[in-house]
Design a protein around this ligand. Structure first.
Ligand code: PAF
Length: 280
């Protein structure tokens, strides 16, 4: 597995992979990799496909009071994981390479980015859309893989790929969870042992609410109960909401694909999770 840090070297390396007749799959990451990222690489691993992973902690998607400075960085461990997972090439640009002096462009996706984390984290999805557009233009993949754990991010990127005629297939990969149900996240390392135990209330509350809504119970009652469970566990809630799984619009009709989404803080750690409403 090769690692490249300059745009010229990236272009040469991707061209060499393409010369061998391969399609290119991109797995964008911010590093601090876990089994959720490995699942993205595994989903991408198919005959005739070369996998490029990117590792870049993108400053533009962190708010002023967020965790950019303490976001975990574990380059050597990440590279070992990507090698073992079967990745072919790693793109690791510096901040200066991505955003040289004078950088002045912003990609902003309307609609799907305007609720939930778009409200709780102003500017976050512009930062994501801008860096993902750059990664797409740099690597020029045929297909790109994103975790469903960041469900709204996935919706934003899908919308952007359609709107800008990017010609890149955007694939969502199911959330990977620990044995106790907590969704894998690079930010889970911030939780101390007590917070970690209490945090399992998040997937539990969402699971109970999702099953209740799928049975046809009143959705608002289910959300109220989920919020009460999270508050009792010590969470400070940003949102717990039911949305249309494609448009993320509120109050989705029961015959539409629906998703339950939540964001809440356990101590200083902000966790997000989501779950499909599995109608029979
Ligand atoms: O999901 C992430 O890790 C990041 O938001 C992404 C897509 C790599 C963009 O920085």
């Amino acid at each position: 597995m090769d690692t490249v840090r300059e745009i010229g070297a990236l272009r040469d390396a991707v061209a060499a992979l393409r010369d061998d007749g391969a399609a290119i799959a991109l797995v964008p990451t911010m590093g601090a990799l876990h089994d959720g990222h490995v699942a993205l690489v595994e989903a991408a691993r198919r005959p005739g496909v070369c996998i490029v992973a990117s590792i870049f902690v993108n400053p533009r998607q962190f708010g002023a009071n967020e965790d950019l400075a303490r976001y975990p960085r574990r380059e050597q461990a990440d590279l070992r994981m990507l090698t073992e997972a079967g990745c072919d090439l790693v793109w690791m640009p510096s901040v200066e390479t991505m955003y040289p002096d004078g950088f002045a462009t912003n990609i902003s996706v309307g609609g799907v980015s305007e609720t939930f984390d778009g409200v709780a984290r102003p500017g976050h999805f512009d930062g994501v859309a801008t860096v993902v557009t750059k990664l797409f233009n740099q690597v020029r993949p045929d297909i790109a893989y994103f975790g469903e754990k960041d469900f709204q991010q996935l919706a934003v990127i899908r919308r952007m790929a359609i709107d800008l005629d990017l010609g890149i297939d955007i694939v969502g990969v199911p959330t990977q969870r620990d044995d106790d149900g907590l969704a894998l996240s690079s930010r889970n390392v911030y939780l101390d042992v007590h917070e970690r135990a209490k945090a399992t209330a998040l997937p539990r509350a969402l699971g109970i609410a999702a099953r209740s809504i799928a049975r046809g119970d009143d959705a608002e009652d289910a959300l109220v109960e989920a919020r009460a469970t999270l508050n009792a566990a010590g969470f400070d809630i940003d949102y717990v909401a039911l949305a249309d799984a494609e448009t993320l619009a509120a109050n989705p009709a029961a015959d539409r694909p629906r998703r339950l989404l939540a964001a809440a803080r356990m101590g200083a750690t902000r966790l997000i999770d989501n779950i499909a409403i599995q109608d029979d």
